[in-house]
Design a protein around this ligand. Structure first.
Ligand code: NAP
Length: 293
């Protein structure tokens, strides 16, 4: 047995809060980044019940936890306990990354940048293009901000509850004035020339892998299909999209690149593109081999 010496008095502590949190992959991503980049960090997961959120944030600050990721169900509620909030996170209306300052935490949203890097790395450009968002929940808000920020020709938001699609469209228009239209689920069939379809609902997620939010016929009008789900690795939506001839992308890229952006915020550094891809390859391989996919 050898001594454990990679954690010491100078180790920077990072972590993720959520409820439940046991299945999070974030510790694997961040500890791998730390190891490969040779940084003295350790990242762990903290289960935090909603009623204890304020205490958790105060306690983390006292304990000098330098960076915190925030996941379901705290992404909006945590905003009440922060020192400051980044303008982009305000646009999304949710925070997923906290950086410690002496007086409190500053909140950021790295899902927007995570999605953008995911698309850029796959050579998908949105300027002047048409985007269809399926869903209007938390992840869709980040997707809508990302898409609107790229000067697209059109954004359609289709959602089971049309009112939520309308609300999201209005919120995003207030910042970007983009050409956004809320449509009903039925209207999706009338759309043509969809450059990118972003699937943000939980439909098709394990263990309910048989479902897909839209039919194969619609996917014939789509060039690139992105599903935010990564378990299973290829959802029915993506399998159908592939059959229809679309370029397909799953949610692992977004998960990874939002983590990279958070890591960069905490360390006030930029990880070069080659290193980003190198770590992603390692993580992807691990994820597949660990039987999670
Ligand atoms: P959320 O806020 O609860 O929103 C869920 C959305 O899906 C809502 O628009 C909801 O419509 C719709 N929906 C739910 N069940 C549906 C059904 N049976 N039929 C039709 N529409 C349905 O959830 P979220 O946080 O946005 O997460 C959504 C998905 O994105 C999850 O699968 C999550 O794992 C994934 N995600 C992935 C990443 C990543 O890094 N890859 C990050 C965040 C989220 P209503 O408005 O009608 O309720």
């Amino acid at each position: 047995m050898s001594c454990v010496d990679f954690v010491n008095g100078k180790t920077k502590v990072l972590g993720v809060i959520g409820h439940p949190i046991a299945h999070t992959f974030s510790p694997v991503i961040h500890n791998t980044l730390g190891k490969i980049l040779d940084h003295n960090i350790i990242y762990t997961a903290y289960p935090v019940e909603p009623s204890r959120l304020e205490g958790a944030i105060k306690g983390a600050h006292c304990l000098q936890i330098q960076g915190i990721n925030v996941t379901v169900p705290h992404k909006q509620e945590v905003m009440a306990y922060l020192e400051d909030i980044d303008p982009l996170a305000r646009q999304v209306g949710a925070v997923n990354t906290l950086k410690r300052t002496e007086t409190g935490y500053v909140g950021y949203n790295t899902d927007v940048e995570g999605l953008l890097r995911c698309l850029q790395n796959r050579q998908v450009q949105l300027k002047g293009r048409r985007v269809l968002l399926l869903g209007a929940g938390g992840a869709a808000r980040a997707a809508a901000v990302m898409a609107a920020s790229q000067a697209p020709k059109k954004i359609w938001i289709a959602n089971r509850t049309m009112e939520n699609a309308r609300k999201l469209g209005e919120d995003i228009k207030a910042f970007y004035g983009a050409n956004i239209e809320a449509i009903s689920w039925e209207q999706i069939e009338d759309l043509e020339g969809i450059d990118l379809c972003i699937q943000t609902t939980p439909i098709g997620m394990s263990p309910h892998t048989g479902g897909s939010p839209i039919g194969e016929q619609v996917l014939k009008n789509v060039k690139v299909a992105l599903d935010l789900i990564y378990n299973p690795w290829k959802t029915k939506f993506l399998a159908d999209a592939e059959k229809a001839g679309c370029q397909i992308i799953n949610g692992f890229d977004m998960l990874y690149y939002q983590a990279v952006k958070a890591y960069e915020i905490w360390g006030e550094l930029k990880i070069d593109a080659q290193a980003q891809r190198h770590v992603k390859d390692i993580l992807e391989q691990y994820y597949m081999q660990s039987g999670r996919a």
